[in-house]
Design a binder for this molecule. Structure first.
Ligand code: CMC
Length: 433
């Protein structure tokens, strides 16, 4: 962080401008450092929804929403998706550099050491209803991991932080797959460390004891890509939740559980499930116009799910890659004429030419396609957000490690603009009218 200039404001009734440092990062917009604003003026800034606020500095992920750029540790997402697998991306997000061949071998071995979950944790599942939503199960089970690793919860110890990261990255596919198997009433599958991360995830979700299961490499590659594209995304709502929870010194498992809870919402990670439900509801292309009209009607709260993004105002680079994967997966499975995919393409075309969507800079986001890919992989829509959570865990934990390692860390404590009743006296009950 470098300070080059200052910003001067006339605050309140003062004629004298108050000066604030302007800080520059390595890329992206400069920020006005207003940490001394309250001390200097007695005022707060007001920015609900963080439309103009950088909540932290970070070296992990960079987004330029106008240009459609997404970088993990400086590498464009397109190149990572083409040349790397998810394990390399995990190593990159945590350590800041891509691994060499030897480093990758050691990293994968370290992750593989922790893919199994404690048998006692397995028993948690029978406490849930069979029809429990997988995200409900995950919020509970991931938070409960903190009850299993007391000996490694000293967050001031770098080795403990790394071990927690490995536990989470290694166990999430298993925890997610168990949530699915529990819904189905199938037995749980133990992980197979001879398989890649994505293949192992598929094995735990789809294998049954009565049959051989061999993951299809094209489909495993598609799942791996879903994991890469969802691995991190700067200071989004769930990552900010993880940071805020972590700023109090809460343990990493509790923080990631908080992130999962936030991700569940339909405006965030729940969008791919909601998008598929919307496509099913639209049903055929003759009804697209009606739904476009509804999305444009300010009196109707219906939104075209999978469209729009707080940051991307030109295109979402992840959507482009996911669209490609969608083609690959559907052609591998002979589903080129898949009804929902064709409907999605048509809806996309119509919306992209519509003045409302163009003027508001609403483009398809990653979730417009990820639901169709996952459905083709045989994953039910109720599992989509859980897959997203599995992928995002590495981003959350990398951001948590970065935050905890910062010696300047302060608990996150926003203030407010109070709009309630001003000070008044309590009237004893007998005198109240
Ligand atoms: N359909 C119709 N209108 C929309 C849509 C949409 N999908 N998205 C935004 N708008 C309109 C909105 O009504 C508003 O209009 P007006 O200016 O007349 O009030 C304007 O566009 C700006 O919308 P906003 O809600 O102020 O924008 P935001 O940056 O706060 O919201 C968003 C971003 C993603 C929550 C929103 O675009 C949305 O609800 N999209 C649908 C849900 C979705 O696909 N979410 C997945 C996001 S990508 C996955 C992830 O990163 O988590």
């Amino acid at each position: 962080m470098e300070q080059k200039r200052t910003a001067k404001f006339n605050l309140g009734n003062s004629d004298q401008p108050t000066e604030f440092p302007i800080l520059s990062g390595s890329m992206g917009p400069d920020v006005i450092d207003i940490r001394t604003l309250h001390a200097k003026s007695g005022m707060f800034t007001y920015d609900p929804g963080f439309l103009s606020t950088a909540s932290s500095s970070s070296e992990i992920t960079f987004i330029d929403g106008d240009k459609g750029i997404l970088l993990y540790r400086g590498y464009p997402i397109e190149q990572l998706a083409e040349h790397c697998d998810f394990m390399e991306v995990c190593y990159l997000l945590i350590n800041g550099e891509l691994p060499t061949v030897d480093q990758k071998v050691i990293f994968v071995e370290s992750i593989n050491e922790h893919t199994m979950v404690h048998e006692q944790l397995v028993r948690f599942y029978s406490g849930f209803r069979r029809d429990a939503h997988p995200m409900a199960v995950m919020v509970g089970v991931v938070g409960a991991l903190s009850a299993f690793y007391h000996e490694a919860l000293d967050i001031s110890d770098a080795a403990h932080r790394e071990l927690s990261a490995y536990h989470l990255i290694a166990k999430l596919p298993n925890i997610t797959a168990m949530a699915y198997k529990y819904n189905l009433g199938h037995p749980f599958n133990y992980p197979r460390n001879s398989l890649s991360y994505a293949e192992n995830f598929m094995h735990m979700m789809f294998a049954v004891p009565s049959e051989e299961y061999k993951p299809n490499p094209v489909l495993a590659r598609a799942l791996d890509r879903i994991l890469i594209l969802h691995a991190d995304h700067e200071q989004n709502a769930s990552t900010s939740t993880v940071r805020l929870a972590g700023s109090s010194g809460a343990n990493p498992f509790a923080c990631i559980s908080a992130g999962i809870a936030c991700l569940w919402g339909p405006a965030h990670g729940g969008a791919n499930e909601a998008c598929l439900a919307m496509l099913e509801e639209i049903r055929d292309d003759t009804r697209i116009g009606k739904y476009i009209d509804r999305a444009k009607d300010s009196k109707d709260d219906f939104r075209l799910v999978g469209f729009g993004h707080r940051v991307y105002k030109n295109f979402d680079p992840r959507a482009k890659l996911m669209r490609e994967t969608c083609h690959e997966v559907l052609s591998e499975l002979g589903l080129e004429n898949d009804r929902l995919f064709k409907l999605a393409l048509k809806l996309e075309r119509i919306a992209l030419e519509d003045e409302y969507f163009v003027s508001k800079k609403l483009y398809p986001n990653v979730d417009f396609y990820s639901g169709i890919v996952q459905r083709a992989l045989g994953i039910p829509s109720s599992m989509f957000t859980a897959i997203f959570a599995t992928a995002r865990t590495v981003g959350w934990i990398s951001q948590w490690i970065e935050m905890i390692s910062d010696t300047q860390l302060k608990i996150g404590r926003p203030r407010q603009l109070y709009t309630g009743v001003p000070t008044r006296a309590v009237v004893p009950i007998a005198q109240r009218k």
